[in-house]
Design a protein around this ligand. Sequence first.
Ligand SMILES: [Zn+2]
Length: 63
Amino acid sequence: MFDIHCPACDRRQLVFPSQITAMVNDEQGIVVMYTCWCGAAGAWRTGAAQADAAVAPEHVLAS
Ligand SMILES: [Zn+2]
């Protein structure tokens, strides 16, 4: 469970595990895709690398 600010309903909302639709783990951390209580889809970035996202190098595929 985590809290987000939803731009669609302009409210701070709690998101429960049942509202999570997908999780993506990339080189910048983890992106949790969810559906807000208002029905809008959203994405929340988290993970240890989140703070470095602004200065992260361009995406490079590992070979
Ligand atoms: Zn919402």
